[in-house]
Ligand binder design. Structure first.
Ligand SMILES: CC(C)(COP(=O)(O)OP(=O)(O)OC[C@H]1O[C@@H](n2cnc3c(N)ncnc32)[C@H](O)[C@@H]1OP(=O)(O)O)[C@@H](O)C(=O)NCCC(=O)NCCS
Length: 171
């Protein structure tokens, strides 16, 4: 399979926060934002592997700044690493107030997707080539994040998580 760069599958989604999207505080509901993020990330993963994908896991999401009613939401989804059948997608979210000409970071997250074959079984995906320094840092960190989420999901023995253990053990 031909390797691809993050740029080849990057997705930018733009939404407007309408009254139906808000909570009692007049801000965008977290659940609505996670829904949009899931779609943006799935589009990036599907574009990378040219196959149907399912969400396998979502890492912790913390909301740095609320996005207000009437503001614009920008969601950028880029692959940070492709493994065998799974892909990690890094998301960045900003809010924008057009009247005040002000853009602010809202949150960041990692979503993992698995590509499926016609029998709905996991199928291999093309490798990802990290080009820039920022892409390389995300690519390297993806191995540790994958080990952590597989341990927490009961799918990996902590003894096998070499890169993650190295973070905590002095050489
Ligand atoms: C995700 C899913 C396809 C994995 O199937 P599985 O039978 O466990 O497959 P495997 O154990 O062979 O794992 C396949 C890949 O999924 C990854 N994976 C499995 N569980 C994972 C988890 N909790 N977090 C991240 N990746 C995970 C594995 O690491 C593997 O990736 P790799 O091939 O790149 O190493 C399956 O659990 C599924 O269909 N889940 C429901 C998905 C869904 O409906 N999502 C949307 C609604 S919330």
């Amino acid at each position: 399979m031909k390797p691809k760069t993050p740029n080849e599958s990057a997705i930018i989604m733009t939404e407007l926060v309408l009254p139906n999207d808000t909570n009692v505080h007049g801000n965008l509901m977290g659940g609505r934002l996670m829904y949009w993020m899931d779609i943006a990330a799935a589009l990036a993963a599907g574009k990378h592997c040219n196959a149907p994908v399912v969400t396998a896991s979502v890492d912790n999401i913390s909301f740095e700044n609320p996005i207000k009613l009437g503001n614009v939401v920008h969601i950028e989804a880029r692959l940070s690493r492709a493994f065998n059948t799974s892909m990690e997608v890094h998301l960045n979210v900003w809010g924008e107030d057009h009247t005040q000409q002000y853009k602010y970071k809202s949150n960041e997250a990692y979503y993992t997707f698995v590509a499926l074959d016609p029998n709905r079984r996991p199928r291999p995906v093309p490798p990802l080539i990290a080009e820039t320094e920022a892409e390389k840092a995300l690519f390297d960190g993806a191995l540790r994040r994958r080990q952590l989420r597989l341990i927490l999901g009961g799918k990996m023995n902590p003894q096998d998580a070499g890169e993650l253990r190295a973070l905590f053990l002095k050489s």
